[in-house]
Design a protein around this ligand. Sequence first.
Ligand code: NAD
Length: 487
Amino acid sequence: MNAQPPASHHIAGAYVEDDAGAVIESTYPATGELNARLHSATPAIIARAVEAAKAAQPAWAALKGVERGRILLRTAQILRERNEEISRIETLDTGKAIQETLVADAASAADALEYFGGLAGAITGEHIDLGGDFVYTRREALGVCAGIGAWNYPVQIAAWKSAPALACGNAFIFKPSEMTPLTALMLAEAFADAGLPAGIFSVVQGYGDVGEALASHPDIAKVSLTGSVPTGAKVLAAAAPTIKAVTMELGGKSPILVFDDADLESAIGGAMLGNFYSTGQICSNGTRVFVQRGVYDRFLSRLKTRTEAIRIGDPLDPDTHLGPMVSVAQRDKVMGYIEAGKREGARLLTGGGVPELQGFEKGAWIRPTVFADVTDDMTIAREEIFGPVMSVLAFDDEDEAVARANATEFGLAAGVFTADLSRAHRVVSQLQAGTTWINAYNLTPVEAPFGGVKQSGIGRENGHAAIEHYTHLKSVYVATGPVESPY
Ligand code: NAD
């Protein structure tokens, strides 16, 4: 399973090594085999990336937007050409089934580069007429920005953060999760091959301490994190002394509301996608599925049948639906939640254990799991599990469902399944979440803003909204007559 990159870091357009840094090992979660051994960034490596970014950023910001955009579009093209190669490495690094990585990782990264590459020439301010004098505004780059990634969508996260940052004229330093260090380097190669000036995009590897060094660095203007709520709190604290701009894409415990009149097969399909895709390791997963009493039993019966038909196994087999989790430690954590569900009285409808797969005995496997008759106070209904564990809860009426859906400190996402359009819009307007769906779940096109409210985050990725988070607005007052002064 050799997937060893030429070196650990990619700075100023080239691979760089410093083997004084702590060892980072990427392993294939399906077998436990070693993919690659890398090193965490030393202070010297971080300094090198920051210096390269500082040196290159002013000239990059001074280019016309369309010129920056052209390089982003070329990078997207390269990612699409290399999709199979990147997807294979993404599968080795994360364990996600190749069926998924071929369509949802480098392809989604390319979408972001195309979208923001296209927008780069259209980033404008406004003109404010004052009846003679006037003000105009300029959207200016922030400078050097940093990104810190989670392990579930490594190359996608790197691109969702860097594409808008670069389109706006910033330089970007990305630290992947130490669990999945490989594909961000492939994005850096694609940028370099597309002609991105050296220093504008760099990748430095590392554990939390490297993330903290970036978040607290005085020469870095902004930090964007994808990670858990506790890490979000630490990154905010590290960013506070230098008053950095922040984007926080954090965890969730999102609700899906299924009303009696819903198209049941679609609702079940949405709930399954919203719990099992990427082996349940998606921040916006709808892990609390509230089903109205009239369809509750039918929902559960079809859900059980369809869940048990999921093909789990060799992630590199294109017919496989579900690979392992990212690590045995994460799997064991999820098994702990499954035990808590049983202990606290939830009814295990299906799954709940580790499958035996010949040739993959050391993998981080877990069966897709559904608990029925879950109540709001159970641990599995309150805490983010970040694995393929769905909780189904019964409800009677709309107001009750909305109140229970909102009774959480999280607010990332929410979904509503109903044939009644008035109700769909009424309910969605009351749900406390940043990203919502009506009769769909977990679709995240780059055109749509994505992010959370409450403890699930600050700021938005994707859509026009991302431009606001990678620029500041300068207002310019222009006088058209003499200065009137009493002095
Ligand atoms: P994590 O919080 O453990 O780590 C995220 C990143 O932060 C890693 O790169 C890690 O090295 C770094 N980090 C850890 N401590 C740090 C510190 N003190 N300072 C700076 N950086 C630090 O998260 P994870 O386990 O990699 O990912 C799972 C979590 O991410 C889940 O909670 C999930 O919901 C969330 N997530 C959110 C989104 C979103 O867009 N909202 C997307 C994917 C994952």
